[in-house]
Write a protein that binds this ligand. Structure first.
Ligand code: 2BA
Length: 109
């Protein structure tokens, strides 16, 4: 079994959630904040059988769009002193960032 952690743009999160639940996958949505831009995004937790992982990743990638975002003054809190991206610069925000972790056990009580 795997745990998929997928960080998705807020603008895509509703359609990603719908597409996954329509295919009968169970998902948990967390409201999260990107550490660099300091704007909201959505993190999905999806416990899945190993053989379902490719299909789930395909759904997430299909409905997650790449966007250009402008770094703001607020973003500077997240960029650190060594970073050369300035407020007003454009950054490309994925699609989705997806981690797949192995799960030892899953229990429901
Ligand atoms: P943020 O941290 O707000 O990052 C938004 C976008 O800013 C990133 O898009 C990337 O293009 C740029 N960026 C991030 N950190 C940077 C840095 N130190 N210097 C220059 N540019 C930087 P994505 O890579 O598509 O990431 C979108 C969101 O996914 C991130 O939002 C963060 O919430 C999450 N994420 C991405 N990679 C991650 C990782 N390795 N671990 C945990 N979360 C991650």
């Amino acid at each position: 079994m795997k745990l998929i952690i997928a960080i998705v743009n807020n603008d895509d999160s509703a359609v990603v959630a719908s597409a996954l639940t329509r295919e009968k996958y169970s998902v948990t949505k967390l409201s999260t904040t990107g550490g660099f831009l300091m704007v909201g995004n959505t993190t999905f937790l999806i416990g899945a059988e190993d053989q379902d992982v490719p299909h789930i990743k395909k759904i997430i990638s299909e409905f997650s769009n790449t966007r250009k975002k402008v770094s703001t003054t607020t973003s500077t809190y997240g960029r650190g002193l060594a970073n050369d991206i300035l407020p007003g610069d454009e950054v490309t925000v994925g699609g989705a960032t997806v981690f797949v972790l192995s799960v030892d056990e899953m229990e429901k009580y």
